[in-house]
Unconditional design. Structure first.
Length: 127
């Protein structure tokens, strides 16, 4: 049995959405290049599945800040053009189509399988 045929079955689980922004090289006035994050998503409303590889730890030793750090795994189709360093906004969707939660962060290198891709997204900052 070919595992790639499972891709269609797995895609029925993609109830969440994903926007992908990519850094672009921009030529500066002084002839140097600078990497700038595009404000317009390269891809929007890409079907995906959000899963959590870690839950944010509430036991923060710092009294002066409330740092959040969460590792999220995104599952998507093999055909999705997602690359290491892309800035992603992932939306957990409710059954009625409304957004339940939003997660943002930079992607790691995608793991590509015959049936799907897995990408780790790290969300960090102040809560």
């Amino acid at each position: 049995m070919k595992l790639s045929s499972l891709g269609k079955l797995i895609s029925t689980l993609y109830n969440d959405k994903l926007d992908i922004n990519r850094y672009q090289k921009v030529l500066q006035v002084d002839s140097t290049t600078k990497s700038v994050l595009s404000t317009i998503p390269l891809y929007s409303d890409v079907p995906c599945r959000i899963s959590f590889s870690s839950i944010d730890n509430a036991d923060n030793e710092s009294q002066s800040s409330n740092i959040k750090y969460q590792r999220i795994v995104l599952f998507c189709a093999v055909s999705v053009d997602i690359q290491k360093g892309d800035f992603v906004t992932a939306y957990r969707m409710q059954d009625d189509g409304s957004v339940l939660a939003t997660y943002t962060g930079k992607c790691g290198l995608p793991s590509v399988y015959a049936s799907h891709k897995e990408v780790e997204l790290v969300q960090k900052g102040d809560a």
